[in-house]
Design a protein around this ligand. Structure first.
Ligand code: ADP
Length: 399
């Protein structure tokens, strides 16, 4: 059988993850991350068959510049010839898509239309798709939606208590995001912990720049913290998460903000950044916290308190819990945040093991609670790229 590689492109709000993956073995030939896009210190780091390299990106580099650099690398390492497909992570697929799709003009139209529901993400995803179509016009391009995994949520979990006509006529409902990640880490946890595929209850916390929590029963999402847009739920890097909807009227009619200004505030100026007035980057917040910075400490406290409350709430749909799973840049690396969240849950019999908590960082998975903990908690590095690769290869082969 000929070698078949998939280029996976995952444009986050401020990052671009990419990988060229062997679709049969899962081996990553080229993989990398452009980080801090739109900031002065944007960088692109990558590995080519295990060797670490770094490319300077110009200050303020955006997704388009990062993708152009990636295409140059693919040609430089002669990887284009074995590519069979490009798989794109797309954040919002609305209610139309319950699974991955080959990208056609109609699919592109829906992604463009739903951009208003995911203003930080779908535009970045579209940039990625357009740049990849231009660079590799002969390849099948596949969209893998963050919303698809949550289409199993029951109506009582996905509907808002709003006039029903808003749902029927305009699709106003909770969609949920990070589905590819929640799906992947839950599958890994079920396997690692030896749980039965048809009998398990998990809570997964994906904590990256965007953060969401998901309740999973027997492999299916039954509730999740993000809603119509990726703004609802727990506190995030720059996003507020849940707020009183009455705030909107107060800010616009009493304080003179425009609707656009409130939107920008809630999406880009709130969360860890808004409270700390320092940074949206968890590493910076943690450094300041260790030095005793008051607002950084407050930002971490609010982040962890709200996250623990959300986790505890999912004991309602699950009626019990086999494991809690942390993932995403923060969930995989921040022993401080994990310890603070588990401390809030100690009344449920959750006991952290400090050594294990320190060991499960920087790409290492593992259980971080003690043998006697009533709630097993583990860290599973997410691998959305592998999930996207598998779907893209399947659809490219017409399966
Ligand atoms: P995205 O949602 O853009 O994919 P990531 O999953 O890469 O983001 O997560 C980014 C977040 O992870 C940032 O807040 C970053 O500070 C945090 N992070 C990365 N490494 C560490 C670390 N060693 N300690 C604490 N936080 C970290």
């Amino acid at each position: 059988m000929s070698v078949q590689h998939v280029l996976v492109i995952n444009c986050g709000s401020s990052s671009l993850k990419f990988a060229v993956i062997d679709a049969s073995s899962g081996d990553e030939l080229l993989s990398g991350l452009a980080e801090r896009l739109h900031n002065d210190d944007a960088t692109l780091k990558y590995k080519f068959v295990g060797n670490k390299e770094q490319n300077a990106l110009p200050a303020g580099a955006d997704h388009k510049i990062a993708i152009d650099t990636l295409v140059t690398l693919i040609h430089q390492y002669d990887l284009a010839k074995d590519l069979i497909a490009v798989g794109h992570r797309v954040v919002h697929g609305g209610e139309q898509f319950t699974g991955s799709q080959v990208i056609t003009p109609d699919v592109l139209d829906v992604i463009t239309q739903t951009a208003q529901l995911a203003p930080l993400h779908n535009p970045a995803n579209l940039t990625g798709i357009q740049a990849a179509q231009a660079a590799f016009p002969e390849l099948v391009q596949v969209a893998v939606f963050d919303t698809a995994f949550h289409q199993s949520m029951p109506k009582h979990a996905f509907l808002y208590a709003l006039p029903y006509s808003l749902y029927k006529e305009h699709g106003v409902r909770r969609y949920g995001f990070h589905g590819t990640s929640h799906h992947y880490v839950s599958t890994q946890a079920v396997e690692t912990l030896g749980l039965a595929a048809d009998n398990h209850r998990l809570i997964t916390a994906h904590l990256g720049n965007g953060c969401s929590v998901c309740a999973i029963k027997n492999g299916a999402s039954v509730d999740t913290s993000m809603g119509l847009t990726p703004l609802e739920g727990v506190v995030m890097g720059t996003r507020s998460g849940d707020i009183d909807p009455g705030l909107f009227d107060y800010l616009t009619s009493q304080l003179g903000y425009s609707v656009a200004e409130v939107n920008t505030m809630l999406n880009q100026q709130s969360g860890l950044l808004g409270i700390s007035e320092l940074s949206n980057d968890c590493r910076t917040i943690e450094e300041a916290y260790v030095e005793g910075h008051e607002q950084a400490t407050l930002a971490l406290d609010i982040f962890c308190y709200r996250l623990a409350k959300q986790i505890a709430a999912y004991l309602v749909p699950l009626k019990g819990l086999d494991a809690l799973v942390f993932t995403g840049g923060i969930g995989e690396n921040s022993d401080i945040i994990r310890a603070k969240v588990l401390a809030h849950l100690s009344f449920l019999g959750c006991q952290i093991d400090e050594q294990r908590n320190l060991a499960a960082r920087f790409g290492k998975s593992g259980v971080i609670t003690s043998e006697t903990s009533l709630i097993t908690t583990m860290v599973v590095p997410t691998n959305e790229e592998w999930m996207i690769c598998q779907d893209a290869a399947r659809l490219a082969k017409g399966a």
